[in-house]
Write a protein that binds this ligand. Structure first.
Ligand SMILES: Cc1cc2nc3c(=O)[nH]c(=O)nc-3n(C[C@H](O)[C@H](O)[C@H](O)COP(=O)(O)OP(=O)(O)OC[C@H]3O[C@@H](n4cnc5c(N)ncnc54)[C@H](O)[C@@H]3O)c2cc1C
Length: 481
């Protein structure tokens, strides 16, 4: 483990045994000649404390330390490092998305952030850069048909191990099980962070020149932001499944549809909202509807759904590629051709429906499965066609907590410089990841926001620290000459 450059070797071991504290020494001008060069080097070491050891925090710490090896970088994590990365994507970790590589197209996948992120943000570090970074660091990735990118191992541990090993190799101090409970600025403009351990009676104070808040959706992160003059857009859940008020749906539990078109209708949205119509796979669960199409709708409607207490209407077109008139025509042609067959056993294959769903449709029309096609009244067949094209469901709630993947809300992007991730309210305070009012739909977009924000913040802090280091060396040289 590399030693802290500002510690004497003899005291380093002792210091490592106890929580490290950036003891603030009195900072004099870099060119003051009263100190030895060694003493001044210690005094002028810059420090970064990253609050939160998730994707954004760890990625940022690596970037900052890569650019400024002399910078003391500590990441404080209240739980376990990269715990969400570990459980993400069903344990496989959907690292990013390989189908949306250009900033403007990519940004369209962020219900909060789609306008702000289409410029320099993803241009600086987009999915291609993320993929290159991981492959350069030994994690081979693959892009699946739907664009989701995973490690070829199908194991998130590859991503977690890579990030933690790289951080350790560079000399980032990773401190787990400690929580930053407050962050203030002292008279010298330095941050003083109060660090606590939940399990034992432990309080420590860290001083830092730079602080990166990468706390995800934790309440503490929002409190830090508010403490430093930021507003916080109230957090609400995004990416959840829909609870549907139709007990009969339970009979279809487990049935999937590869492509449906679903339109979400909310009382609080009267205007046209194209994002509230989505096309994609749908899954029926024992208590409602799920799958990418529902998750996307939940994200685009997250705020309004919250406002409307998760009461909405959902209209589903189960065969979006076939026009209603053609659906009717196909059904009536089938009736003529299969007049002597039982409706239960014979149905139009053009719709790509599974038998279970067809039988379910018959039940909805109170049709006996043993009746022959010839005897089915015309109005029932028209009704089946209508159901297939515009079945209305009542959404009466959202899925349980475990289905929630991200939080909409947080620090508004207008209060952050997106080219540096620095706060516009407080110099040297940075934000990255989910703590900001950014969230994406499923498909690797949420991690991409964390990697990009972390990379930009790490670059800004590393550059600031390096330039102050260069300045100091220039002074020392000037003094020596
Ligand atoms: C089950 C699940 C699966 C997901 N799967 C995917 C996926 O496959 N692809 C994808 O793109 N997105 C996925 N997401 C979303 C993704 O995990 C998040 O968007 C992403 O982790 C955000 O990164 P972050 O670093 O901003 O926040 P987090 O990963 O939440 O990290 C923040 C960290 O800060 C720590 N912390 C908070 N407050 C403090 C404090 N005061 N002191 C110290 N530490 C603190 C927390 O313990 C946490 O570890 C998934 C989310 C969940 C819940």
């Amino acid at each position: 483990m590399p030693q802290w450059p500002w510690l004497h070797p003899a005291s380093a071991a002792a210091r490592r045994a106890t929580p490290s504290v950036f003891r603030r020494r009195r900072c004099s001008s870099v060119c003051a000649s009263a100190h030895s060069n060694h003493a001044r080097e210690q005094e002028d070491e810059k420090s970064l404390v990253v609050v939160g050891g998730g994707a954004a925090g760890v990625y940022a710490s690596i970037r900052a330390k890569t650019l400024a090896p002399h910078l003391n970088v500590v990441v404080i994590e209240k739980g376990k490092f990269l715990s969400k990365v570990r459980i993400s994507g069903g344990g496989r970790c959907n690292v990013t998305n390989g189908h949306h590589l250009e900033p403007s197209g990519l940004a369209r996948n962020y219900p909060r952030g789609h306008k702000e992120l289409r410029g320099s943000f993803f241009n600086t570090h987009g999915p291609r850069d993320t993929m290159r970074w991981f492959s350069d660091h030994g994690v081979e990735l693959k892009t699946e048909d739907d664009g989701r990118v995973f490690p070829v191992t199908d194991n998130s541990a590859s991503v977690v191990d890579c990030l933690l090993n790289e951080a350790r190799r560079l000399g980032v101090s990773l401190q787990a099980g400690k929580s930053v409970s407050s962050a203030s600025v002292n008279n010298d403009g330095k941050f003083v962070l109060k660090v606590e351990k939940r399990t034992v009676d432990f309080v420590d104070y860290l001083n830092a020149n730079y602080v990166l808040v990468a706390t995800g959706s934790s309440q503490q992160g929002y409190s830090f932001a508010a403490q430093h003059g930021h507003t916080v857009i109230p957090p609400v859940p995004s990416l959840f499944t829909f609870k549907i008020a139709d007990k009969r749906l339970a009979d279809l539990s487990g049935v999937t549809f590869t492509k449906v078109k679903a339109k979400l209708m909310l009382d609080s949205i009267q205007k046209k909202a194209p994002e509230l119509t989505q096309t994609g796979p749908l899954l029926v669960t024992h208590w409602g509807l799920s799958g990418p199409v529902v998750l996307r709708l939940s994200a685009w409607g997250a705020r309004e759904l919250y406002q409307d207490k998760y009461q909405a209407k959902l209209m589903i077109d189960f065969i979006p590629d076939i026009h209603i008139e053609d659906v009717k025509r196909i059904i009536f042609q089938h009736k003529d051709k299969h007049a002597k067959n039982k409706v239960n056993n014979s149905f139009p294959t053009e719709f790509g429906l599974v038998k279970r769903f067809w039988r379910f449709l018959l039940e909805q029309e109170s049709l006996d499965g043993d009746m022959h096609w010839a005897t089915v009244p015309k109005n029932h067949l028209n009704a089946i066609a209508l159901r297939l094209k515009q079945w209305m469901f009542e959404v009466v709630g959202k899925g349980q907590f475990k289905d929630e993947f991200v939080t909409a809300g947080g620090v508004p992007l207008s209060e952050i410089s997106l080219s540096t991730m620095e706060s516009k309210q407080q110099p040297n305070l940075f934000f990255a990841g989910e703590v900001l009012n950014v969230d994406g739909v499923t498909g690797g977009f949420n991690f991409q926001n964390a990697w990009t924000g972390g990379y930009i913040a790490g670059t800004s802090i590393g550059t600031l620290a390096s330039s102050s280091n260069l300045e100091r060396h220039a002074c020392l040289q000037l003094e020596a000459s």
